[in-house]
Design a binder for this molecule. Structure first.
Ligand code: G3P
Length: 213
């Protein structure tokens, strides 16, 4: 499973990308608002830091405007992937962009049915929101399992991005469920590095080394 970071914070992207493990970035209007930036202002910086799919979301609600917005964003860098919300107009936009060779990531996916439609429209990626499904008492990981199974049976090439990841368990479960990618917040990627026994082990090695000097 590939690891993407879900953030619009340049410092976070810089730090995690310096580890050499980052294969893509996803942003959304809420993450951009949190940083007080516009996608057009940060997309080039993000593309300079990470060589992989970089998702930038449109904010228009009709397909013609979505397509126009998408074309402008896609022009900025070859790695830009257009995030389109799951809705009827979104499907039309995805279909049109796909015929132009512009890659799309259909977001706000909460069911396998939605993912099947997005894939049929030509989406390169779908983003099921694990955490938000769990929030309403549904099972986000089960949706990913079912989606992965259906995509496997029909050899659908659309890649599943486990999104709305809130903790380490979500990351592991996405990997076991067959998500191709998990887009993970900075805080959770940092947690993936650590284990208390690793810290204890490092201290012990250093103490023993110093004793033997
Ligand atoms: O990639 C979508 C994701 O950012 C949504 O996460 O935590 O707002 O549900 P969250």
């Amino acid at each position: 499973m590939k690891i993407f970071i879900d953030t619009a914070n340049i410092e976070e992207i810089k730090e995690i990308s310096s580890w050499g493990i980052l294969q893509g970035v996803t942003t959304n209007p809420s993450l951009l608002a949190k940083e007080g930036v516009k996608i057009q202002d940060v997309i080039t910086q993000i593309c300079d830091l990470v060589d992989g799919p970089i998702s930038a979301e449109v904010i228009s609600m009709n397909s013609e405007d979505m397509v126009m917005e998408a074309r402008q964003l896609a022009k900025m860098h070859k790695n830009v992937v257009i995030k389109i919300p799951m809705c009827e107009e979104g499907l039309k936009a995805v279909n049109c962009l796909s015929s132009e060779g512009i890659r799309t990531n259909v977001t706000l996916i909460f069911s396998v049915h939605q993912a099947m439609l997005a894939a049929a429209a030509g989406a390169d990626f779908v983003s099921p929101f694990v955490g938000r499904l769990d929030d309403i008492g549904s099972d986000g990981i089960q949706i990913i399992k079912d989606m992965a199974e259906v995509f496997r049976i029909y050899e659908i090439k659309t890649q599943i991005i486990g999104a709305s990841i809130r903790n380490l368990t979500h990351v592991l479960d996405c990997a076991k469920a067959g998500a191709h990618i998990a887009t993970i917040p900075y805080k959770v990627i940092k947690q993936m590095v650590n284990h208390p026994l690793t810290d204890v082990g490092i201290d012990k090695f250093l103490q023993d080394y110093n004793k033997s000097k």
